[in-house]
Design a protein around this ligand. Sequence first.
Ligand SMILES: *[C@@H]1O[C@H](CO)[C@@H](O)[C@H](O)[C@H]1NC(C)=O
Ligand SMILES: *[C@@H]1O[C@H](CO)[C@@H](O)[C@H](O)[C@H]1NC(C)=O
Ligand SMILES: *[C@@H]1O[C@H](CO)[C@@H](O)[C@H](O)[C@H]1NC(C)=O
Length: 887
Amino acid sequence: MVPSQATELGQLKGSMSVLRLAFLFCVAFITYSQLEQLRSLRFWSRSSQLSATRLQANLETCKKLQRRPEDPKGLGRERNGRFVDGTKPTLIRNATVWVGEPAEGTSEEDARAGKGYAWIKTDVFLTSGIIDMHSHAGVDSLPSIRGNEDTNEMSDDITPYVRSWDAIQPLDHQIQVIKSGGVTTSLVLPGSGNNIGGEAFLIKHAVGKQDGRSELSIEDMFADPERNWRYMKMACGENAKRVYGKVGRGPFSRMGESWYFRHAFEEATKLVRDQDDWCAKAEAIGAENMPQYLPEELKWESLGAVLRGQVHVNTHCYTVPDLESFVDHTNEFKFSVRAFHHAHSTFLVPEVLRRAWGNTPASALFADNMYYKAESFVGSEYAGKILWDHGLETVYVSDNPVLNAQHVVFEAAKGYKYGLPYHAALSSVTSIPARLLGMGERLGKVKPGFDADIVVWDSDPLSVGAAPVQVWIDGISQFEDPVELKKPASDPIKPDESLGNIPEDVPVNYKDVVFTGVANVWLSGRATAFGSLNVVVTDGKLSCFGRCEAELRAAAEADVKMVNLKNGALTNGLTAFGSLIGLNDIDAERDTDNGASGGSAFSRALDGLALDSKKLHVANQYGITKAITAPNHSGGISRHGTAVGSLQPHSRRQVWRYPFHLERRRCIKIKLLEAITNSEEKITDPYSEKAFLRKVVKGELALVLSAHSANTLAAIIRLKSDVEKAIADASSSQTHPKLRVAILGGAESHIVAKELGEAEVGVVLAPLLPYSTTWEERRSLTGAPLTNGTAIDALVEAGVVVAIGLYEDWVVRDLALHAGIAYRNSEGRLSEREALDLVSTNVYKLLGIDEPEGRGTTDFVVFDGHPLEIGSRIKAVGLGTSVDVMV
Ligand SMILES: *[C@@H]1O[C@H](CO)[C@@H](O)[C@H](O)[C@H]1NC(C)=O
Ligand SMILES: *[C@@H]1O[C@H](CO)[C@@H](O)[C@H](O)[C@H]1NC(C)=O
Ligand SMILES: *[C@@H]1O[C@H](CO)[C@@H](O)[C@H](O)[C@H]1NC(C)=O
């Protein structure tokens, strides 16, 4: 500004006031500074420019870091944190209750032996809700499609920082399906693609208002609203190295995996140590005097919590080296493992498990699912029992959707079948997982103080085909209009201790044997017999059943092997259809296959037979005397070529040929029509597809099409009639062959059951109980209490010839039990014999071929116990010229 005359005086006057102003300003400033200094004592630490507020907050965090969680209280808590206000009390009258623990005053030793455990009172079966400690429900929603896939965070091998919580889809229908099997609580784990997969969350299967909750949210599903414990999933073995291993990138081997684990734990250890040092010092000198803030790193926070004992770790490890190196990590870094999952080899190394830091891990197992990959090639259905004998705990899990968790209690039932005491088997899906999850005071028992998660069953939950009638979660009934199957009343299972005797791995072969105590005989071409019968086998042939007095006397004189049964049964040999047994050893290992199939080339299973495999031997021991196997074409049930029926594990002499043509739908119609038009053309290669299709259109060979979707099935029915019309048009005579068509798969077959019946198309259900795993199977019926029956009920009612197939090879052990499920839940549609036909004679019927020679004379199975019930064991299998006896 340029001063002007006029302003000079003013300037002088002005400088006077400026001085005064300056003075006032100084006073104000000093006052302000002093106030500010006082104030800053609260905001800035003395020693530095750090925020005192934040340092104080850090000190609070120290308390959280050092918190030692305890299992939340049940009895004595003011209220269940999950209780929804207004829930009315429910009184279940005259219930038969499985409390989940022995009666008061039972000694530990007696309790272990099962004494003091009992079903109390009569009328309905009532247990606590079932707990599945290994599920991917909600994160691997069904049907599996890419957009639903949130199981593994594959951006890195070590992702302790991701949380299944962030991906659980509460609207995954499978959550409801699982609940319909009595499962009220599941641990939802990230997948096993990573060595450290991330945090898991424990949920209850009550979702939103329709299930009586006050809101629809994932948080509302948390089984422990206070979240006392955290959970984490880790995994060793094949998966991580398969997913991540490339030259230059690891882990490439198990050695690499161990290093990745140890490196991660080292990082977390550093963080924990730095935090503990900070906290100790801040405690001593006051947080405000700390020169730095508390070290925090979100990436390692959850793994730090593992080292602080706040997280229940569940680790997927199959093999001995996996288990042993992981046990080593627990000792090196001082953290504990609640359970090894997929712990196929734990039964071999109890001593190694005992060396784990903190506590001895339990084994979370499937009952009998194995052989699908190299690390599952070692395994035993008796693992639960063997672990029990070593004082180690087993829980049975589903790995849903690997197994349908709706039937996790069936895994426990098979645990009992394979020797685990009854009470231990039931505990393996109730009180044991509850305790391992840190919820042992709230879940897994029917007792005061526990959450009111209750299942009422239509039969003993460990019996074949048991289904809930109603399920309560936190006192709220979960099914508004549950379907209840009409079943004959049954008593609780009387635990059979003799199941604890594990048979030898290798059966003993005899030419001549006598069985006494046979109560039932169901053989092809012979009337059903029952009573107290004897069965005499001479030179591998059934020579007599009935009283057989003379034969028995002769046998006694000749010192023939006698097998005394308590409740024996004699049936046809079982026939497995639709698996790959006889063609490979380990599905996931190409080297165990029978050679490259040449892409889409047409091939014959006969040419690829690989006998003497582990799976064949197991199949044989489980009563499967015939397997009908087609070449693998494009995975799963889609094959292409002619199948072969075979089975004696050792001998090629015993190959039975049942060729049929297995195809996928695409193109087959054109090829069939061509086969009709070109019926005069000379075929030079008798093994070509053309040659076989000509037999198909002549009605000499069955055409088996693999299909699940009702849309595809409808197209197949149309195909059959179109091709038959073309055959009629091309034929000069009045009678012309009908096409023989069968379906392998059939998940949605109930939708077109009537049409399949009318078109005379048979169905091999594979699996018996589908559960919407793929889009093509999405309208599967999962049974009571959710749906009125399953596919088989609709098919049987529509007069369709049905068989039960093997959708995966390990199911060889379960074929008879699957027939049992069909029988128990058929509401009288099937007799016992008809149920057994589902896994033996019906296959031949629907392929239009004669039953194999020797059925009912040299090809038979002897059970002890009812073949359709859980407590049965196969005691002998007829092999043509001799009998294998399990001892
Ligand atoms: C409970 O069972 C008893 C004996 O079996 C019977 O007398 C009583 O009527 C039953 N009560 C109800 C409510 O069904
Ligand atoms: C069947 O073949 C497909 C490829 O044609 C392959 O991906 C799949 O793994 C095979 N399955 C088995 C069990 O061999
Ligand atoms: C279930 O279906 C059968 C026919 O298959 C029918 O008779 C029965 O009434 C149905 N039950 C219910 C509860 O809908």
